[in-house]
Write a protein that binds this ligand. Structure first.
Ligand SMILES: Nc1ncnc2c1ncn2[C@@H]1O[C@H](COP(=O)(O)OP(=O)(O)OP(=O)(O)O)[C@@H](O)[C@H]1O
Ligand SMILES: [Mg+2]
Length: 334
């Protein structure tokens, strides 16, 4: 299951992603956590020391390796240089499974202990620089994540949780369509809600499942505001959490000590994410990646690579859980 946490800066994306990751991992479900946010804080929110978090090798720094690996034997992709972030898999491409090792995980993934026997696999895009933002979308660090998501054949009881920006880049590249469920974190403010409105417009056009998580809610007026602005898209609300605050002070409390109401909220998120499995449609998923690839090819990719990137599309290919070679026996983290 691919789950995104998006929202306005400072709304609580990283905090809630990290709580959700702990919750899901605590249920024995293998979790891959991906930090694709401008501010790279997920590692620390999962309990790493700053130096440990900074030492996680960034996906953005291994783009050549990622492209070379995913390209595999796909005859439609002449070289890794001709692969852009939206290049879709086709016959011969290497697909990624969460329960199988691969050179990308070997190079970049780190296992983060979450207390007891619980852990998650962590991947990070790397810190963003001024070059990554704005019009130069092909510089985007999230390109590595997009390529991985487009080559990922994930099953029901394995989670990828991405902490990401709700930026225009994810709309242009189509990254926002790559998730079974998108949780938009919104504070009960007009700005918080305006990010939701923008996201909803894109989401609607592409059938993206979007639910709002109200955060830092202080009372009934806040809940009423969110309900009035967001309607039925509002899934749960979380109030101030002393547990999250303590984490911010560098104190690690056992996850069991998280407030009961917030634990219930996380259980609701998990149930909602799980339920999204039934609505999976791999054909539509594949069509959407082709759609965004053709768009990106025409707007900058063809010019940049000097090739006709539309020729990379394999018309007969549909990404599926059963694609490619046989499945590994049981889900486990590498
Ligand atoms: N429910 C909560 N209770 C207490 N503090 C919270 C809660 N949610 C978020 N915070 C605090 O608010 C601040 C911003 O949260 P967080 O870093 O998770 O937001 P973000 O959306 O990831 O921000 P950024 O856009 O900077 O990445 C942090 O100091 C965090 O500890
Ligand atoms: Mg963050």
């Amino acid at each position: 299951m691919k789950i995104a946490f998006v929202g306005k800066g400072g709304s609580g994306k990283t905090s809630l992603s990290s709580l959700f990751i702990r919750h899901v991992a605590g249920r024995g479900v293998p979790v891959t956590a991906v930090d694709a946010d401008i501010n790279q804080h997920l590692g620390v929110a999962l309990g790493l020391e700053e130096e440990q978090a900074a030492a996680v090798p960034p996906l953005g720094g291994h783009l050549a390796l990622i492209k070379e690996y995913l390209r595999g034997e796909n005859p439609r992709i002449g070289s890794a240089e001709e692969m852009i972030k939206t290049t879709p898999p086709g016959a011969g491409s290497r697909l990624v499974r969460l329960d199988e090792g691969n050179p990308v995980f070997d190079a970049c993934a780190r296992t983060v202990g979450l207390g007891g026997a619980t852990s998650a696999r962590l991947l990070v895009t790397g810190p963003f620089t001024a070059d990554d933002l704005g019009v130069a979308c092909y510089h985007s660090k999230t390109g590595a994540v997009e390529l991985l998501l487009n080559h990922l054949v994930d099953g029901r009881d394995e989670y990828v949780v991405v902490d990401m920006t709700a930026g225009s880049d994810s709309f242009a590249s189509g990254m926002f369509t790559r998730f079974d469920m998108t949780f938009l974190v919104a504070e009960p403010t007009r700005k918080g809600v305006s990010v939701y409105r923008q996201y909803r417009e894109y989401a609607r056009d592409y059938g993206v499942a979007l639910r709002v998580i109200g955060n830092k809610v202080q009372g009934p007026d806040d809940v009423a505001f969110l309900r009035a602005q967001v309607g039925d898209d509002l899934l749960v609300t979380l109030g101030h959490s002393d547990w999250v605050r303590a984490l911010e002070r560098g104190e690690s409390r056992p996850f069991e000590a998280l407030e009961e109401s917030n634990r219930r909220a996380l259980a609701a998120l998990h149930a909602t994410a799980d339920a999204a499995y039934e609505r999976r449609d791999w054909e539509r998923y594949t069509q959407q990646m082709v759609h965004f690839h053709l768009k990106n090819a025409a707007s900058w990719g063809n010019e940049r690579t000097g090739t006709d990137l539309a020729a990379q599309v394999d018309p007969a290919f549909v990404l599926r859980e059963t694609s490619g070679a046989g499945r590994g026996a049981s889900p486990q983290l590498a």
